[in-house]
Design a binder for this molecule. Structure first.
Ligand code: PLP
Length: 385
């Protein structure tokens, strides 16, 4: 298979596997235990936690450090941010129209509990409308959540500007940075956000761990109860080995950030150029936004994305389409719909996402296969390629 679906998950980096294996074999005790092995595990965990915070630009050395709340992944961290920062109803919650379901669904739950939830619209490039946000930001607003980069289009959002707007009004601001961390530089302090979500498996770390980075002094209501770990903000025995894996993946990204970013941007652009040069009439969605270096959302007008997705799967190319609903079937992308793209373009769009280990050869092979399949499908539906 040629993997062009790295926004779903990424293969674990061999160095992460090695460091985690070492940690597992070391046999850490429960970091909450009061004996020496427990204290050793605690020391290792806290050092790892500090390093994770520092690598994403949190203040970890001051008297009152920012919090790094370890979670099971991005979904849990987003839930924790929304429920934990919203407080009690009534009040207004603002989210963008293109958030991941792990923000959209908690927001729906908050609406059911009595909050007024408003969606900030995006423009045709998939970027949040700043002036619409400023208008929606009223005295009643309790929380704003806007992602740093969109998972379907790769469009970067004006998070630091929005965070300043919220700070002026003393409204907590959360950003879901799941697709941004490990792809572009992310600095928690410079962004001036209140809370930030990250997830290890999106940047070659292990599945099953993520974090909510929380500015010091902020009140967060926990989602779960039954333990004192992590200041009772997220109780439960802490997974030392997974934290080591997360930290290692972040370190590797930092060591190679510029190279990885330049390489992935060049490969992404090459991929799009190969498809353009084939004259099959592609449209690159969110082209006029600043984008993540590795995400390419492409419409193939006249082609049904489900049929193309299936044909590509059979040809050995993994990519992604729409958003999976509960039955596993794909529904039209609400992200592309929010960009007001015509329905036929939404139905013809596919997401390709590259990884650190994607090669030029894979890009050439994938593009050649896509061109052949698109021409074949066009002949089938319209009689001409
Ligand atoms: N947020 C975004 C933008 C995502 O793309 C994803 C996963 O695709 C998540 C949150 C959920 O992260 P996790 O899979 O770690 O729960």
């Amino acid at each position: 298979m040629i993997n062009l679906d790295h926004n779903s998950t990424t293969p674990t980096h061999p160095e992460v596997v090695r460091r985690m294996s070492e940690a597992l074999l070391a046999g850490y005790a429960n970091a909450a235990s009061a004996h020496r092995p427990g204290r050793d595990a605690r020391r290792c965990l806290e050092q790892t936690r500090r390093q994770i915070g520092q690598l994403v630009g949190a203040r970890m050395t001051s008297q009152q450090p920012d919090e790094v709340v370890l979670t099971s992944g991005g979904t849990e961290a987003n839930n924790l941010a929304l429920f934990g920062l919203a407080g009690r109803p009534p009040g207004r919650i603002l989210i963008s129209a293109v958030e991941h379901p792990s923000v959209l669904e908690p927001a729906k739950q908050l609406a059911a509990r009595g909050f007024e939830v408003c969606q900030i619209p995006v423009n045709s490039a998939g970027v949040v409308d700043m002036s619409a946000c400023a208008q929606l930001l009223t005295r009643e607003t309790r929380l704003v959540s806007v992602m740093l980069a969109n998972n379907e289009t790769g469009a970067l959002q004006p998070v630091s500007e929005l965070a300043v707007l919220c700070a002026e009004r003393q409204v907590p601001f959360h950003t879901d940075a799941v697709q941004a961390v490990g792809k572009i530089s992310v600095d928690f302090t410079a962004l001036q956000v209140t809370a930030l979500t990250l997830s290890a498996h999106k940047f070659h770390g292990p599945r099953g761990i993520g974090a909510l980075i929380l500015r010091s002094g902020m009140t967060l209501t926990p989602l779960m109860f039954g333990g004192h770990q992590q200041h009772a903000l997220r109780p439960g025995t802490e997974p030392v080995e997974l934290a080591i894996g997360l930290c290692c993946a972040l370190e590797l990204w930092h060591e190679e950030a510029a190279t990885r970013r330049t390489r992935m941007t060049a490969l992404r652009d090459y991929f799009e150029q190969l498809l353009r040069d084939a004259n099959i009439g592609i449209i690159v969605n969110a082209l006029h936004a600043q984008r993540l270096p590795h995400t390419s959302n492409i419409a193939f007008p006249g082609i049904n994305c489900q049929a193309l997705h299936m044909a590509l799967d059979m040809a050995g190319i993994a990519c992604s389409v729409g958003s999976a609903c509960a039955s596993g079937a794909a529904t039209p992308s609400y992200v592309l719909q929010a960009m007001q793209l015509p329905p036929d373009i939404v139905d013809a769009s596919i997401r390709f996402s590259l990884g650190t280990f994607t090669t030029r050869r894979e890009i050439q092979d994938a593009a050649a296969q896509i061109v052949t399949i698109v021409r074949r499908l066009r002949v089938k539906t319209t009689g001409s390629p």
